[in-house]
Ligand binder design. Structure first.
Ligand code: ADP
Length: 191
């Protein structure tokens, strides 16, 4: 059974929504670096204070800050039997760090799923979310920057996982339910 999973895809592809649904279906915790950072910003913790200015600008938080946070989160008990990472790794350095964390734990990844979406659709979704949730990084200028950063730094990582034979691509367009169905069947899990 696949239980150590990464969900990758551009901002607005629906990773957060699908990660919550997959987490329930597969019985593993969904770990979203974006959610963890936002919670820390809200509470104004030390981590939140270090991350906030990058997030507000649509830039990535420095790798050492992010890696340290993920290492601590993956060491918690609920992640011992599996996890679904949403929003990590996003840089080549983070890929290497994650490899090291899993090797230290004597485990390895089972699958990497890329949720694909076209740019016009994701911009429209993010602008819509801005009116509903008022996320600080959902303004048009910052959305465009987040998409650029994704294309430059994160999209190329899928090649690394493809070379390892771990990558599956799933179309993120369509209803929430139909995307979940596609994801579960791509992972070889029935819904
Ligand atoms: P998005 O909808 O843009 O994919 P997330 O909610 O996943 O956004 O993340 C929001 C912000 O949190 C990012 O723009 C970035 O500043 C920061 N962040 C999240 N994950 C990472 C990561 N793995 N490395 C660096 N920064 C991250």
């Amino acid at each position: 059974m696949t239980s150590r999973l990464i969900l990758v895809g551009p901002p607005g592809a629906g990773k957060g929504t699908q990660a919550a649904r997959l987490s329930e279906a597969l019985g593993v915790p969904a770990i979203s670096t974006g959610d963890i950072f936002r919670a820390n910003v809200k509470e104004q913790t030390e981590l939140g204070r270090r991350a906030q200015r990058y997030m507000d600008a649509g830039e990535y938080v420095p790798d050492e800050v992010t890696n340290e946070m993920v290492r601590a989160r993956l060491a918690e008990d609920d992640a011992a039997g599996g996890f679904l990472l949403d929003g990590y790794p996003r840089t080549a350095d983070q890929v290497a760090e994650l490899d090291g964390m899993l090797a230290d734990a004597g485990t390895s990844l089972d699958a990497v799923v890329e949720l694909t979406a076209d740019t016009d659709e994701v911009v429209a979704r993010l602008l819509q979310r801005a009116t509903e949730q008022g996320r600080a990084d959902d303004t048009e200028v910052v959305i465009r920057r987040r998409l650029e950063v994704y294309a430059e730094q994160t999209a190329p990582l899928t090649d690394i996982y493809a070379q390892r034979g771990l990558l599956t691509q799933v179309d993120g367009m369509g209803s929430i339910e139909s995307v979940t169905e596609r994801l579960l069947s791509a992972l070889g899990a029935s819904s």
